[in-house]
Each structure stands twice: as C-alpha cells, then as structure tokens.
Design a protein around this ligand. Sequence first.
Ligand SMILES: [Zn+2]
Length: 318
Amino acid sequence: MQLTVDNKVILTPLPKILETLQSQLSTGKLKDIDSSNSENIRVTCPNNDHKGGQERHPSCNIFNLDNNDKVTKGTAHCFACGYKANFVQFICDCFNNDDIQFAKDWLLENSDVAFQSEVQYLPEIEIETKKPEKEYLDESVLTQYKHYHPYMWKRKLSKEIVDLFEVGYDANSKCLTFPVRDEYGRLLFITKRSVENKSFFIPKYVEKPVYLLYYVLQHKLTRVVVCESQINTLYCWTLGIPAIGLFGTGDSFQYNILKTSGIRIFDLMFDGDSAGRKGAYRFEQYMKDYCFINKWILPEGKDVNDLSYEELTKLPVI
Ligand SMILES: [Zn+2]
C-alpha cells in the first residue's frame, strides 16, 4: 500500500527521505542506510531498547513497495529486537520525539505529495504507537532457587560457574533451574531440568534467546563455542571455554541476534546426531556471510558434556 499522510500520497522515494532524515538528526540514529535491496531498505534500528538506538550494523527493514496489499510502504521491522512501526512512528523514534503530528508535518514538508482523488480514497494509515513490550521477571524470583544439588557436580559443572550463571535448585519440582536472559542481561524466564529423569521445561510460546550471550557481549568476546543445551554451555565455561547455547539446534530468531552481535568466530559443537548435524548445516547456511564458522565433529551419540577437555580439543574440525 502507498504511504499516505492525511490523505496525501508521499511521492518522494524512501531512500531520499531517509537521507534527508539522517542529515537532520542530532540523535545519532540512522547511522547506516543500505538501499541496495529496493524492496527492503536496511537501516540501523532506532528503537531505544535496542542498543540504545545505536545499533552498529543495520538490522531494521523498511518496506519499500507501493503495491503490496498487506503491508504499507515505510513500515519498519527490526528482526533483531522485534521493533515494528509505521513510517510516521519510525520518524518519531529517529527524532526521539513522541509527537505524531510533528512527524507527519516533517514528512509532508520533506516530500513531494499528491492528493488522493475521491475515487482512490483510502482510509488513513493507522498510527501504531504501541511498541512491542516484552515482560521481564523480577530478579527476586531467583532467591528461592539459591541451593546447590549434587546433580550439578554429576554433570561436571564447577561451583564457580554455577554461582556465576545463577544455576539453582527447585526442591518442589526436583529440578535444576537456569535463569535465561536476553542479550542485554534482562531476565526473561527460567528453564528447569529434572535431576531424576530427562525432563526439561521451557515456557511455551517464548522466542528463545541465545543462552549466556549477554555475558559474552558484556565481555566483548569475539569467539565462542555454540552448544545445543544449557548444561553443555555451562560445561564449556567450566572448562574455561566461552560458550553460548541455542536451547536446541537454533532458529532464525537466534541467527538474527547473532548476526549483529559482533562475534566473529563461532565454533559449533552440536550433538553427535542427525539433528545436530542438520543444525550445524543450517547455522552455516544462515551465518556464513557474517562470520567464520568451525564445525567440530562430535562422536556419534555424544554431546559436549560427555567429553573431557582433551577429547574436545582433539575433535576433527571442518
Ligand atoms: Zn531493533
């Protein structure tokens, strides 16, 4: 759909409008504009909740087609943080100004416009002022799980790492507890792993972040091991190897977070089974243009936690 403001069609091409916008901002936003894909322009995300609006590499898409009947031209969508806004709201966010009228006026002033004829009349675009809000847990929920359990040592975790990453024990469910944080360290949810059987509990319908990525980013590490499970990830740290976990074999939401993370080398240590091999292949396909990838080949039926430091370092790598 065409981009319209107060029944006026915006005629100036979006890349040109974005350039004008960029030149007028004093917020430091919109550092990068990549118009190489004419359907989706990529810009650095203006969402203040995403690296303070100062993302280093562009991951916010701006839809740039007039003739799609579902999406309005100018709609912004950031794959890294989930930010979504129509173009007027996007302008507001670039200026750090919540006044929709200001953004509308700015757009009309900085673009050629045509009046929609009566026949072509389209309802005015709906202004989405609400940003997606994620809910976070209060840190105090972790207090009740501050206990050690022998199963932690059985899985070869050190006390130091258990303390550092706040692994706990819930006596009610007889489970180890693992706080899961987003890349900024905010507490999203808690997963649980039974100490009696192989049950694993993760809240339904959550987008899985990348386990322990916040810690890697805080310490500006540029090379990490990638594991499937949280225990494998924690075991790597116990061995002194920085690692992140995917809660499985990975998905595009996680790849998109990792693409803009600044990590340059990923050492994949997925489980030695067909799901692990498929996961490693998929990771490589998505990520190979953004980073270096080493695939460590684990023995059939083994995962990282089954192997010693010496065994891990002697694995074949492709
Ligand atoms: Zn974003």
